[in-house]
Design a protein around this ligand. Structure first.
Ligand SMILES: CC(C)(COP(=O)(O)OP(=O)(O)OC[C@H]1O[C@@H](n2cnc3c(N)ncnc32)[C@H](O)[C@@H]1OP(=O)(O)O)[C@@H](O)C(=O)NCCC(=O)NCCS
Length: 153
């Protein structure tokens, strides 16, 4: 993948090791938590692996990361057919509502389709109106599974 968008002047491409610091920095700004080890692990496990994708949006300045999305195709867990899972998405606070999130989502869906998935799934917190608005705008709706959990003492 290496799509060029002349209007917004962004490129989408798989993340490489030199993007790591920018991704960690942006995720820390978006979520309020710096997760260095998590992102190092993600990059190691997701770069150039079948069915796993860490895609970034870059400005016309190489290395200037404006957004990222992470996901993988998973199959047969809990009886689920092959389905693309989006684990994380983030767009720079200074570049939001310019279509970057949508381009990242579309690129991930294309990658999932190429991997053989015919649906895409994610999970969001109930109160998270921003992510709910975004994913609903991309056509996502309540799915056939529900999450169950219990605190472990
Ligand atoms: C959600 C997010 C990725 C959207 O990125 P973006 O580039 O701003 O989104 P886009 O410009 O592609 O917007 C696509 C659609 O999403 C919806 N949307 C985006 N931002 C919105 C907002 N602030 N309020 C309401 N709807 C919004 C709109 O429907 C928009 O379409 P429109 O512009 O035609 O109305 C971005 O806001 C973000 O990074 N949020 C934090 C994500 C996060 O919490 N990550 C950590 C956990 S995974």
């Amino acid at each position: 993948m290496n799509t060029q968008d002349r209007i917004l002047q962004i490129s989408l491409r798989p993340a490489v090791v030199s993007d790591l610091e920018k991704i960690i920095e942006m995720d820390a700004k978006v979520t309020g938590l710096a997760k260095k080890e998590y992102w190092e692990d993600r990059l190691n496990r997701f770069s150039e692996r079948d069915g796993r994708h860490l895609i970034i949006a870059e400005s016309s300045t190489p290395g200037d990361v404006l957004g990222f999305i992470v996901g993988e195709v998973r199959a047969w867990e809990f009886g689920s057919h092959p389905c693309g899972w989006i684990f994380a998405i983030g767009v720079s606070l200074d570049h939001r509502v310019q279509g970057i999130g949508e381009k990242l989502f579309d690129a991930m869906c294309d990658a999932f389709k190429a991997d053989g998935a015919n649906s895409v799934r994610t999970m969001i917190a109930r109160h998270d109106q921003l992510n709910m608005s975004f994913f609903r705008s991309q056509g996502m709706m309540g799915g056939p599974f529900i999450e169950l959990e219990k605190p472990l003492d």
